[in-house]
Design a binder for this molecule. Sequence first.
Ligand code: AMP
Length: 170
Amino acid sequence: MELDKLIRDVPDFPKEGILFKDITTLLKDAGGFADALDRFYEFAKDKGITKIAGIESRGFIFGGALAARLGVGFVPVRKKGKLPAETISETYDLEYGTDTIEVHKDAFDEGDKVLLHDDLLATGGTMKAACNLIEKTGAEIVQISFLINLTFLNGAEKLEGYDVRSLIEY
Ligand code: AMP
């Protein structure tokens, strides 16, 4: 199945000049969803992964489904102020200003091998911050997966040294 045909381009969302890659058209297609999940599973099986961390909010969708398929737990990486218990945080630069992401302090156990997942790799700033955050907890990152990699933005350069996988590349 050609998964890229199930992605909808929405020009000028959320602001002018951005070509938004809308994954909802893939998610609502039962065959597309199952095929994407199968491919993520093929990348992730036999790697000794013990937890999946997904980045808010679109990283929760395949991140959660893949956790169930692998038989491991799921950890949400959330925007600041959303998690109710004690957290660890990481602040990173945006084009204008900064953003902060958090995980619960007790989200990982000693020796956890983590797969980090998000829907899309653009500049890599969000995922790099998530890597720093997860590593602060002492957990090890064994794979990073994306549905989409916008390769022309060279986000993978920020993630050098990690096993980075994606299903659709532009
Ligand atoms: P970045 O930190 O630049 O790699 O941006 C990645 C985050 O921004 C991901 O969580 C994406 O969901 C979102 N994002 C960035 N660019 C786009 C785009 N063109 N279409 C859809 N989502 C995007």
